[in-house]
Design a protein around this ligand. Structure first.
Ligand code: ZN
Ligand code: ZN
Length: 306
């Protein structure tokens, strides 16, 4: 099954919003589902511009409890409710996330018409579904910050119709069962396994989001062979001392991580409001890792199968 995996950078700034950038939130449209990484102030308005919808199946993964990454949630809850959301909203995040959501929902006069399923998570497997899983590691930011990897499950291999025909499997339902990895039994009693008529399983896609972090070995290991790494790049290389102090990264540091982790593509985000012009960030990163972009609000990137 070829599912679209589309990344929409809703908010790409850090610390405070600017006229050019909203606070951190990255939307992943995967088929009919919406996954948000972080939910900074202004996220819901950006969701309107990006037309991602408020009522679809949605999960939110929060990296850390700094205000610029979570303060979009209270407003988002209200809008979702007013727009008639029925699906539960799933929220994952580090310690403090449940207390925050409870405080908001208990004190704001909302009348929410959907349920919020919140879960405090740690390093390790955070979510496992049939089609993908989400893993997390602790990054390096002064407060507990989870970097997340969304890893799709393997897909069945390419189907060879001529092999199925040769084995006498009638076209139709039985073919699709074999395509999906199942086994079929023919009238003759002959059992045909999927592996007899398909190629080897194909890898799914992997995207990694660092949250806020200085250069960190755990994030680098998490990002190994990712199709896309989305990484904190708050300040440029000249301000490396300041970045280090604040638990953020600079372009050449992030580019080295991308190179060592052998990712296919790197996108820099959490850009300080001091940069109206981001050419300097791009140039510094490109020296080490050429396939790099600086995120802009509402930029969209499709992640193809390898
Ligand atoms: Zn931040
Ligand atoms: Zn932070």
């Amino acid at each position: 099954m070829e599912l679209s995996l589309r990344i929409i950078f809703l908010g790409t700034g850090g610390s405070t919003p600017s006229v050019h950038r909203t606070l951190p939130s990255i939307a992943v449209r995967r088929g009919a589902e919406l996954i948000l990484f972080d939910c900074g102030e202004g996220t819901q308005r950006q969701m309107m511009f990006a037309k991602v919808g408020f009522c679809r199946k949605t999960k939110i993964f929060i990296s850390h409890m700094h205000g610029d990454h979570i303060l979009g949630m209270p407003g988002l809850f209200q809008t979702m409710s007013l727009l008639g959301r029925r699906h539960p909203l799933e929220i994952f995040g580090p310690k403090g996330i449940c207390e925050f959501v409870d405080a908001v929902t208990e004190t704001v006069e909302y009348n929410l018409i959907f349920s919020i399923e919140k879960k405090e998570v740690e390093e390790g497997l955070v979510y496992k579904g049939k089609e993908y899983e989400v893993l997390a590691v602790w990054a390096d930011h002064g407060v507990p910050n989870l970097a997340y990897a969304l890893v799709e499950s393997e897909r069945p291999g390419i189907f060879f119709p001529e092999k199925a025909e040769k084995l006498g499997v009638p076209r139709g339902k039985l073919w699709s069962r074999l395509q999906r990895g199942g086994t079929v039994e023919l009238g003759s009693g002959r059992v045909v396994k999927s592996s007899e008529v398909t190629g080897p399983p194909r890898l799914g896609r992997k995207i990694v989001y660092s949250g806020d972090t200085g250069p960190c070995g755990a994030v680098e290991r998490l990002a190994l062979n990712a199709d896309l790494l989305i990484h904190d790049c708050t300040l440029d290389d000249e301000l490396v001392e300041k970045a280090l102090e604040q638990g953020h990264s600079t372009p050449s540091q992030v580019a080295s991580i991308a190179r060592r982790a052998a990712v296919k593509k790197l996108i820099l985000t959490h850009i300080s409001p001091r940069y109206e012009e981001t050419k300097i960030l791009l140039e510094q990163a490109r020296k080490t890792f050429p396939n790099v972009q600086v995120a802009e609000d509402l930029m969209e990137v499709e992640v193809p199968y390898a």
